[in-house]
Design a protein around this ligand. Structure first.
Ligand SMILES: Nc1ncnc2c1ncn2[C@@H]1O[C@H](COP(=O)(O)OP(=O)(O)O)[C@@H](O)[C@H]1O
Ligand SMILES: [Mg+2]
Length: 258
């Protein structure tokens, strides 16, 4: 049998902002259907890593391969790497879906309109087909009855569920979730986590950054601990939370329990 190739492979990724190196050689791979959580202190490079995968950031060194395709750059014969043209970046970016901490819904569009927008503009679907898919996904996140509501008429948890529906409706190969419950009132966190869990159970491939340790433990196949631009532990939730090998991971976990 053929060895399974990873859906996402990040190889020796280095990223600088000016003179400051914020990713210092990150290697990470994810198989189809896997859920991997990234944990780590603020400033360790978690968001930057997701933004590189979603081609929202340029990076100076290394390679990201998504479903067999090198993304973001191509090399010329002389070995120089070049950022791809916007059109090509957009096409590759649409292979991933991203959900942000701050929802990022369009305020002038209702819930259905927000979910339909990418289907119409990027996937070039007709109105009827886009509406059908949007309604299917709003139903999936428990918000079909709210399809005509504008973001301002929805709670933070509902807005975030619309954002999840919007990402999933595009049928991405990989979904990136960056601390999607961090901006929510505590009583709204669970409904969003439950939604993510059910999407994970359906077989979606997820790379997520979270401060919710219990959630990371419940939902993940693997948990990755980042510190100062490096992955310093990558293991099963059981090993990470019950038998941390690195001192810094152990003290990070202790700090999150306070
Ligand atoms: N646009 C930017 N310009 C300069 N430095 C940045 C920028 N974005 C992030 N950084 C720096 O990169 C480091 C990693 O940030 P980030 O990826 O946001 O970490 P995390 O998501 O783990 O909190 C931090 O030191 C941060 O200050
Ligand atoms: Mg962040």
């Amino acid at each position: 049998m053929q060895e399974t190739t990873a859906l996402l492979q990040i190889k020796n990724l280095r990223k600088q902002y000016g003179a400051v190196e914020v990713l210092k050689g990150v290697d990470l791979s994810l198989n189809k259907g896997e859920v991997v959580s990234i944990i780590g202190s603020s400033g360790s490079g978690k968001t930057t890593l997701l933004r590189c995968v979603n081609l929202l950031e340029e990076f100076q060194h290394g390679e990201i391969v998504l479903d067999g395709e090198v993304i973001g750059y191509q090399s010329s014969i002389d070995g120089q790497r070049h950022r791809l043209k916007d059109r090509e970046l957009s096409r590759q970016r649409s292979m991933t879906g991203m959900v942000f901490q701050s929802f990022n819904l369009f305020p002038h569009l209702n819930a259905a309109g927000n979910v339909m927008l990418g289907l119409r503009k990027v996937r070039r679907m007709g109105q009827a087909e886009a509406r059908e898919i949007a309604e299917k996904w709003l139903d999936r996140v428990g918000l079909l009855a709210r399809k005509d509501n504008f973001p301002s008429q929805l709670s933070g948890g509902q807005q975030q569920r619309v954002a999840i529906a919007r990402a999933l409706a595009m049928n991405p190969k990989l979904v990136l979730l960056d601390e999607i419950t961090s901006a929510l009132d505590p009583e709204l966190v669970q409904e969003v986590l439950t939604t993510v869990k059910s999407i994970a159970d359906d077989g979606a491939t997820l790379l997520l950054v979270t401060h919710e340790m219990r959630f990371a433990r419940d939902v993940s196949n693997r948990v990755v601990f980042m510190e100062q631009g490096r992955i310093i532990e990558d293991d099963t939730p059981d090993e990470i939370f019950n038998r941390p090998k690195n001192e810094r991971l152990a003290s990070f976990l202790k700090s999150t329990r306070n």
